[in-house]
Design a protein around this ligand. Sequence first.
Ligand code: GLN
Length: 196
Amino acid sequence: RPLIGVLALQGDVREHFAALAGAGAEPRTVRRPEELAEVDGLVIPGGESTTISKLAVAFGLLEPLRERVRAGMPVYGSCAGMIMLADKILDPRSGQETVGGIDMIVRRNAFGRQNESFEAAVDMADVEGGPVEGVFIRAPWVESTGAEVRVLARHDGHPVAVRQGRLLATSFHPELTGDHRVHEAFVAMVRGTADR
Ligand code: GLN
């Protein structure tokens, strides 16, 4: 079972932990660089991307995260985690940093006030067995993508799931649904690396 970390600075860490266990991984919380060094892959949870960014800096994790991403570690980010994987934020708060790695621009809180939280069926490439239930909570969307980025799903025309190499990101929260197919797809990405 691949050892997959959940970045445990802020956000819905427990839900990802449970989803990873359900998807056949061995989950581990990551708060320190030494813990990051041990895992085969990492999940960056949903939560508040500004807070996660500031805590990553405070815990001395931002540079180690960037280094592991550059070295090819698989990472999955949901919602705030998607924002953390974006090379660029359209409307960053002051001082807000990202890990980056996915050549995309994201728009925070993109779906607007009338639609702060909603659920929608999302058809996602690479996930078999019908649409997944997309839970969107003050969710970002992907404003634009570079040539290396594959759009796996859209909602209202906007990309809400993307992949670049071993980096996967969704605007929505599969960890809240009890459906582990997105996490299974990520675990399979990690296994590909581990078997290499
Ligand atoms: N709106 C949040 C942010 O900008 C993300 C919300 C979430 O992760 N559910 O970080």
